[in-house]
Ligand binder design. Structure first.
Ligand code: HEM
Length: 330
C-alpha cells in the first residue's frame, strides 16, 4: 500500500491535468493559474522554512568529527573531515553539496560466518549524484524556453548534452541518466527488504513524481511531439508576466507542467527541503574548535550558584564535629 498509494496519486494527478485540458478545455487554469500559484507557494514556503531554521536555537557545538582534530603541532590534523576554521567548513560544505562526500564514505555492514564485515557501498552515492546533476542540467537547459534569445551558457549546455547526435531530435544524455538514476533510486526502495521497511509513502511519492515529470518530458520530446514554437511563445508569456494561452499545444505539455507545479508546491512541505536544509545542519556547518575556543551557550541565563565557600560557611560547625577537613576554621 505504501508504494501503491503514491503511485495512484501521481497517476490521478496526471489524469486530472489531461482530462482538464483535453475535455474541459481548462488551458488557462492548468497553464497559468496553477503554475503561478504553485510557484508562489514554493517561494513563500521555501523562505518560511529557511527563516525558521535560521532562527532556531543552536546552543551546543556539535560538529561532525570524522577525522583527526586539530591539536598539538606535531599531530597531523584532518582539515576536511574535522575542520577547525570557517574556511575548512566552507570547503567541506562545498564538497558535500557538489559531490555528496559524506555519502561517498557510506559503508555497508554484513554478517559472514558470525563475523561483521564492513564493505564499500558506492551505488547509492553514484545514483544520487547522477540524478542530482542531470536534474540540474535539465533545469538549466529548460531556461532556454523562457529566453529570447537563448543565453550562450544555456546553448552550450544544450549542445554539450546532445553531442552524441543520436536521433532527431537529438538525444540528451541527461535524459537517459536521470531516468536510469531515478529508476535505481526507486527500485532500491522496492527491492531491498530493509530499505523497503524504513521507506515511507512520502519517499516513494517524491521519486514517482519526478519519474512522471521526466517521462512526460521525454514523451513530449521523442514521442507525441508538441509544437515547440507555440510552447516557446507560451513560456515567454509566463516569464514576462503577460501570460496568454497559445493554441495548438498538446495535452501532454499541460500534464508535464501540472506535475512540475505540484512538485514545486509540495517541495517546502517535504523532505526535498534538504536542498536548503543542508546549510543549516549544525553537525556540518560548525568548525570543530571546541578545545581552542570556549563556546558559551548564548541562551544561558544567570543562574544563582552556591559556592563551596558558602557551603562551608553553612555547615562548618557540623563538618568540624564530624571530623571533615575545612578550608577555613571560622
Ligand atoms: C522540475 C522541473 C522540470 C523537469 C525535471 C523537467 C524535465 C523534463 C525532461 C527530462 C524533458 C525531456 C527533454 C529534455 O530533457 O529537455 C522535458 C521536456 C520538456 N519540458 Fe520539462 N521539466 C521541468 C519543467 C518544465 C517546465 C516548467 C516547462 C514549461 C513551462 C517544461 C516544458 C518542457 C517542454 C516543452 C519539453 C519538451 C522539450 C523538447 O521537445 O525539446 N518543463 N522536461
Amino acid at each position: 500500500m505504501k508504494i501503491l498509494t503514491p503511485f495512484l496519486v501521481v497517476v490521478v494527478l496526471a489524469a486530472i491535468a489531461f482530462f482538464g485540458v483535453e475535455v474541459l478545455q481548462l488551458q488557462l487554469l492548468f497553464g497559468v493559474v496553477i503554475p503561478y500559484l504553485c510557484l508562489a507557494l514554493f517561494v513563500i514556503g521555501f523562505i518560511y522554512r529557511i527563516v525558521r531554521w535560521g532562527r532556531s536555537a543552536v546552543p551546543f557545538r556539535i560538529p561532525t568529527t570524522a577525522g583527526q582534530e586539530k591539536s598539538l603541532p606535531w599531530i597531523k590534523a584532518n582539515k576536511l573531515d574535522n575542520p577547525s576554521s570557517k574556511a575548512g567548513v566552507f570547503v567541506r560544505m562545498l564538497l558535500e553539496v557538489l559531490v555528496f562526500r559524506s555519502l561517498f564514505r557510506n559503508i555497508k555492514v554484513e554478517k559472514h560466518q558470525d563475523r561483521l564485515v564492513f564493505a564499500s557501498a558506492k551505488w547509492l552515492w553514484l545514483g544520487a549524484l547522477a540524478f542530482h546533476w542531470s536534474f540540474l542540467i535539465i533545469l538549466i537547459r529548460h531556461l532556454g524556453l523562457f529566453m529570447d534569445p537563448i543565453a550562450p551558457f544555456v546553448q552550450i549546455l544544450q549542445s554539450g548534452d546532445s553531442f552524441l547526435q543520436i536521433g532527431l531530435p537529438a538525444l540528451f544524455i541527461t535524459d537517459v541518466v536521470v531516468l536510469t538514476a531515478l529508476s535505481y533510486l526507486f527500485l532500491r526502495r522496492v527491492v531491498i527488504p530493509r530499505i523497503r521497511y524504513i521507506s515511507l509513502p512520502a519517499d516513494y511519492l517524491a521519486l514517482l513524481l519526478l519519474i512522471a515529470i521526466v517521462l512526460s518530458g521525454i514523451l513530449m520530446r521523442y514521442g507525441f511531439k508538441v509544437d515547440m514554437l507555440a510552447v516557446k511563445e507560451f513560456a515567454l508569456g509566463l516569464a514576462t508576466f503577460t501570460p496568454q494561452v497559445t493554441e495548438g499545444i498538446g495535452a501532454i505539455f499541460y500534464v508535464h507542467l501540472f506535475l512540475v507545479s505540484v512538485l514545486f508546491a509540495y517541495f517546502p512541505l517535504s523532505k526535498l527541503m534538504h536542498a536548503g536544509g543542508i546549510f543549516f545542519s549544525p553537525t556540518r556547518n560548525m568548525a570543530n574548535n571546541n578545545r581552542a575556543v570556549r563556546h558559551v551557550n548564548p541562551w544561558n541565563y544567570p543562574v544563582k550558584v552556591h559556592t563551596y565557600e558558602e557551603y562551608e560557611d553553612d555547615f562548618r560547625e557540623k563538618m568540624k564535629k564530624a571530623g571533615i577537613p575545612v578550608d577555613r576554621s571560622e
